[in-house]
Design a protein around this ligand. Structure first.
Ligand SMILES: [Fe+2]
Length: 253
């Protein structure tokens, strides 16, 4: 399958290589007033619906057998996240529980901001997710490029310090290489970059999903909701925004 974003200008590989993440120079993107109500009503525990190349166990029984042998979480029965889907398309990820709302209708202001501020032709997926447990360092299966390509918006974050981080990833490893647990000294690791949106005018960031892996610490008692955006990029607009964002907020290398 050919992904739309695979048609990116090849000079992006050099121009933006190695950048872990950028705060995007767009106005703060805020959800509609009814978001909290919607969240409470529509969020579900997100568990696995089907296997994929890096989690090949076909059902809960096989996954449980593997869990007993290796300690690897049974993703059919243990929810890494709570959340709901605000927009989905045919190419969207169908590996997980789906609680779908018609985002552009029920969160019109939020979707208007996405369409106005993001450098895109089209939204392909909008997810609202809150992790319940530590999410080990991994790369997402889609959109693995040498430039920052994966957009996240911090919807709310009660944590006293940042919890979402990037860590250098051996890009020669296969795309489906396994997630790893979070080392206990992660905050002392000088190679790790935590994404801090608290004192920024922007709550939107974009990260590299090839040379960098990402993960999230779960701080018990503190809630965080991230919005994960899948898009078809307008590469001219993207380039202008990346350059402007680097100038304003730095490249975090
Ligand atoms: Fe991820």
């Amino acid at each position: 399958m050919i992904y739309y974003n695979d048609q990116y200008p090849k000079y992006f590989d050099q121009r933006y290589k190695g950048i872990p993440y950028l705060l995007l120079d767009v106005p703060k993107i805020v959800p509609d007033d009814n978001f909290k109500e919607l969240w409470n009503e529509k969020k579900v525990s997100i568990v696995r619906q089907r296997p994929d190349e890096r989690y090949p166990y076909k059902n809960a029984e096989e996954a449980e057998e593997n869990f007993k042998q290796t300690g690897k979480v049974n993703e059919y029965t243990t929810a890494n996240w709570d959340g709901f889907i605000g927009l989905s398309s045919e190419s969207a990820d169908d590996r997980w529980t789906r609680s779908l709302v018609d985002g552009p209708t029920v969160l019109p202001n939020f979707f208007q901001q996405l369409n106005d501020y993001l450098p895109i032709f089209k939204l392909t997926q909008v997810l609202f997710w809150s992790n319940n447990i530590d999410i080990g360092v991994h790369r997402d299966l889609n959109d693995q490029y040498s430039w920052p390509s994966s957009i996240r918006i911090m919807i709310e974050d009660e944590n006293p310090e940042p919890t979402f981080f990037l860590k250098p990833f051996d890009e020669n490893l296969p795309a489906n290489s396994l997630s790893t647990a979070i080392p206990s000294n992660i905050r002392l690791d000088p190679t790790v970059k935590f994404v801090d949106t608290t004192n920024s005018l922007s709550n939107t960031f974009i990260y590299n999903n090839k040379q960098w892996g990402h993960g999230a610490i779960k701080n018990p008692g503190y809630k965080k909701i991230l919005c994960s955006i899948g898009v078809n990029y307008d590469f001219h607009k993207l380039q202008v925004l990346l350059n402007r964002s680097i100038e304003k907020y730095g490249n975090n290398i």
